[in-house]
Design a protein. Sequence first.
Lengths: 101, 167
Amino acid sequence: MVVPLEHVIGLSAILFTIGTVGALTRRNLVVILMSIELMLNAVNLSLVGFSRAFGEVDGHVFVLMVITVAAAEVAVGLGIVISLFRNRDSVNVEDVSLLKW
Amino acid sequence: MSFAAGLFYVMAALAVVTALGMVLNLRNTVAGAMCLVVTMISLAVIYVVLDAHFVAVLQIMVYAGAILVLFLFVVMLLNLRSDAFTPSRATAPKVVGAAVGVAVLAAFLAKLPDALPKVAEIPADFGSYRQVGLALYRDYVVPFEVASFLLLAAVVGAVVLAKRRLS
């Protein structure tokens, strides 16, 4: 392995933290979806790193599943964003508080 | 340091910088999406360094090729004005959120070196299409089929959501 495993997992943790903070602090629904994509990518990176460390390709198959879920989530999420924009003329999460108690 | 290791650190720095650019860029959503494209591509290079060639190709094709195009398409379709997002009134939750995030990250990174497994030796064709394909179609054939149902449901759901007006 050309780089130590802890550097790979550390990079994954850094990217996951950036994505989490972005998803929790931004107000733009599209940017929140992009932050969730970043978090899924960080998980993929740690799966690939551990797959390499254990010498098994099972992690690569799990990455394929995560990518499938990410694609499905983006398709449905952006469909919801378009639907919201038609009805509310906004993609700001503060304008979408119907379910907020 | 070998060329591959140097490539890893350069691409890791690029990924972190562009991810920060995507999250901190408050004005321009298109620029944020372009930052995320660079993050995805640098992660693909890192996958090649980690002997995951099949996953690297998938990363470029699905993330940089399909998902980010979908994001850019929606941003341009909605024609989001750059002044549509006045900064949130409260800055305290953001500061506290970022501080907690950094604290958790620091605690994780401090624990990291003791918690990892030993690195195994791998065969020369590790991560090739042949190896991943064998695992995918022999050991994981049921999850693979379930994934295709998931995609079908997502396509139908996206069309229904984007077409119908909510009452």
